[in-house]
Design a binder for this molecule. Structure first.
Ligand SMILES: Nc1ncnc2c1ncn2[C@@H]1O[C@H](COP(=O)(O)OP(=O)(O)OP(=O)(O)O)[C@@H](O)[C@H]1O
Length: 256
């Protein structure tokens, strides 16, 4: 399923946060959004996820505008993993992940009885099998992050929006999570802060700065020394290893 955002504009607190963004994720593509803190990555994902209403512009799934989708049908197409999306109540892990099933259209729907295996499978997929009865609040930050992803997996949508899905994970868990998501073949739009992770896993990247797209293309096209300098004001070297994997090496600030 294809995700398209066209000319998105957002104003918050009297400021223009998104200034006419165009983003496309083709069916099955893993698309990364990179950019400095405050550049508008979360605002963009929140607009596409219908959590934030844009001042102008539109979001489409397979060419059909968001406004034309009944909310329940939309929730069956698009799973959202927002940042700081912990639960304020003391639910168990199983209950948190079951909420992904509820998002598909009410806990009282006809197929609700089949949720158990799907919930357990989603928990196992993120490496947390057997933790169903644990209190969510007793998990570490990285474990909570994986369970929030499991909740989106249990929603069984063809598209996923992920806001810094690996931010609190150790290096192995980061790669496991990205391998897992990539292996699902879903259309994914993810805000990613770690440029090496973005280089390793994304089919396409959009670099966002001050609410505008300043570069787009394959990781090799976007993660150039010039773009990294323009977007982040840091000096970096982009090197491909013998397997063709791109690595970004950063120079300490003030050293040339
Ligand atoms: N409710 C709000 N009111 C006013 N300004 C806001 C609001 N929400 C976000 N902003 C501002 O919008 C800008 C973009 O925020 P956003 O969270 O989209 O950035 P980001 O690229 O995701 O940043 P980060 O990498 O730090 O997570 C920031 O300058 C932020 O301060």
């Amino acid at each position: 399923m294809k995700i398209t955002a066209q000319d998105l504009r957002v104003q918050l607190g009297g400021r223009e946060i998104l200034r006419g963004l165009d983003i496309t994720a083709e069916d099955g593509q893993f698309v990364g959004i990179i950019g400095p803190n405050g550049s508008g990555k979360s605002a963009l994902l929140r607009c596409i996820g219908q959590i934030l209403t844009p001042a102008a512009g539109a979001v489409y799934l397979d060419g059909r505008p968001a406004a034309d989708w009944p909310p329940r049908e939309w929730a069956r197409k698009l799973g959202v993993v927002a940042r700081n999306d912990g639960c304020s109540f003391d639910f168990t892990v199983g209950e948190v992940v079951s909420m992904g099933r509820g998002l598909r259209g009410g806990f009282l729907r006809k197929d609700a009885g089949e949720d158990g295996p799907i919930v357990r499978e989603a928990i196992a997929a993120v490496g947390m099998a057997g933790c169903e009865e644990r209190r969510f609040s007793t998990l570490s930050g990285g474990e909570q992050q994986r369970i929030i992803l499991a909740r989106a997996l249990a929603q069984q949508t063809p598209c996923l929006l992920l806001d810094e899905p690996t931010g609190r994970l150790d290096v192995r868990r980061q790669m496991e999570l990205m391998d897992l998501v990539k292996g699902l073949g879903k259309t994914v739009l993810a805000a990613i802060q770690d440029l090496n992770i973005a280089a390793m896993y994304c089919d396409r990247l959009y670099a966002v700065k001050d609410g505008r797209v300043v570069a787009e293309g394959t990781p090799r096209e976007v993660l150039t020394e010039e773009v990294i300098r323009a977007v982040y004001q840091v000096d970096a070297q982009a090197l491909a290893d013998r397997d063709g994997v791109l690595h970004i090496l950063f120079r300490p600030l003030g050293r040339r």
